[in-house]
Design a protein around this ligand. Structure first.
Ligand SMILES: [Zn+2]
Length: 228
């Protein structure tokens, strides 16, 4: 059991044993077929370095260089696959921050589904897994706020009727204001644990610092859902 799993078990969390990548290959293939069947995919040969981006955009926005190039794609050929995101305003509600309206096409352009090394991208994998596993509540850090609208739109293309509920919490920072790495987090969990802090106190402290509760209290994992 690696460090993160041991920490999670100590805090009282359980998890599904299936790993995201290999075991889910079949479902990713299936949903790529769904997109392809709708004529929503195209091959992309752009390297990460050579991708032409929209300099005026707030993040790297793919300009659709390969969209009309008619590049055939199949695995093992060194060709990525993108899905077309039609310009569309996506309105969604964050349970902590309120309403947002984003246009994914303007934010990021057409989304990479599988890269040139045949690896499924995070954006695609997470949407497929949440759909297949009926995940209806997503709690995650603020760093993924801008990914939400594109994931909702992608979910629609894959046939999801209603999107999950979302809650984005502030990131846990180290004393220098940098995002905590998983290793740092693990180290601090171990330190607290060695100093005799209980799992329930630590969980309460994390929920407090993550902006989920107004003051630190003891919390058990089964009670976490009552915070929302
Ligand atoms: Zn391209």
């Amino acid at each position: 059991m690696d460090a993160i799993r041991e920490d999670l078990a100590w805090l009282g969390f359980g998890w599904d044993e299936e790993s995201r990548q290999s075991a889910h290959e079949t479902r990713f293939e299936k949903f790529l077929d769904v997109l392809a069947g709708q004529g929503q995919t195209y091959g992309c040969t752009c390297s990460r370095k050579l991708i032409q981006v929209d300099q005026g955009a707030t993040e790297s926005r793919y300009l659709g260089t390969c969209k009309n190039a008619g590049i055939a794609w199949s695995s093992g050929q060194g060709i990525g696959v993108r899905t077309i995101l039609a310009p569309q305003m996506v309105c969604w509600n964050d349970m902590r921050l309120g309403d947002f309206t984003h246009n994914p096409q303007e934010q990021c352009g057409d989304i990479l589904v599988r890269d040139r090394l045949d690896q499924w991208t995070y954006q695609f994998a997470v949407v497929v897994d949440d759909l297949v596993e009926n995940v209806d509540l997503v709690i995650r850090g603020m760093d993924l706020l801008d990914s939400t609208a594109r994931q909702i739109q992608l979910g629609q293309l894959l046939g999801r009727n209603s999107p999950p509920s979302y809650l984005h919490h502030p990131l846990l920072l180290d004393p220098n204001g940098n995002k905590l790495s998983k290793r740092q987090l693990s180290k601090s969990i171990r330190t607290e644990r060695a100093e005799g802090v209980s799992a329930n106190s630590l969980l309460g402290e994390v929920c407090f610092q993550g902006g989920l509760i107004p003051k630190p209290i003891q919390i058990e994992v089964p009670d976490l859902h009552t915070l929302f």
